[in-house]
Design a protein around this ligand. Sequence first.
Ligand code: CU
Length: 116
Amino acid sequence: MKRSISILASLLLASGAVLASGDHKGHSGHGQGDKKAAAPAAGALADGEVRKIEKERGRITLRHGEIKNLDMPPMTMVFRVKDPAMLDQVKEGDKIGFTAEKVGGQYTVMSIEARK
Ligand SMILES: [Cu+2]
């Protein structure tokens, strides 16, 4: 009895391994159609909270979470904004999702999405 159980277990393990590799293959084949896999870092929104807005200078101070594409840990800092008009969408204290890139050596907010 014990013996047949262990045979069954090894059969299950073997079929599990086959299933896992088949699944993996399927994923790499789907790569292009999967939006999240296609845009690993640049498209990911970072979390932020607006601390200060300086529209005339095109700047925003954010308390932000990790920014993966910039390899930046959470902190509060000043960003430039790509377009000062973006600052009309938000006010101090707002929670936002945003994307940032280093443009001309300066950290620049490229997009802002208000969060409720
Ligand atoms: Cu930062």
